[in-house]
Design a protein around this ligand. Structure first.
Ligand SMILES: [Zn+2]
Length: 104
């Protein structure tokens, strides 16, 4: 039994197509692996949120930014930033610009 030249040519073309698809899948796999590592890093950090929340009242910084503390464990100072339309005090984090309104 012989394989016709055209069939062999077609088979080679399919092999090239499969290799290109495999290369694209490999790149996609690497991208997803990096994304997964990033997600695992964030989740690992988030796993500390309860401990950070429990220690929040103990942060020695005056008016510490809750966002910086809960997300990153960083004690950043919130500074007075004026008043809102109801004349409540507004504080803004010096690190992440998170704003907190304190009712008067
Ligand atoms: Zn902050």
């Amino acid at each position: 039994m012989t394989i016709r030249k055209d069939f062999l040519h077609e088979a080679k073309w399919i092999v090239e197509s499969i290799r290109e698809q495999d290369k694209a899948l490999q790149q996609e796999e690497e991208r997803l692996r990096e994304q997964l590592n990033e997600i695992e890093g964030k989740r690992s950090n988030f796993a500390q949120v309860d401990a950070r929340f429990n220690s929040y009242p103990l942060v020695k910084t005056e008016d510490p930014c809750p966002r910086c503390w809960l997300f990153d464990g960083v004690a950043s100072k919130s500074r007075p930033a004026g008043h809102d339309e109801n004349d409540n005090d507004v504080f803004r984090c010096s690190h992440c610009d998170y704003e907190i309104t304190v009712k008067v």
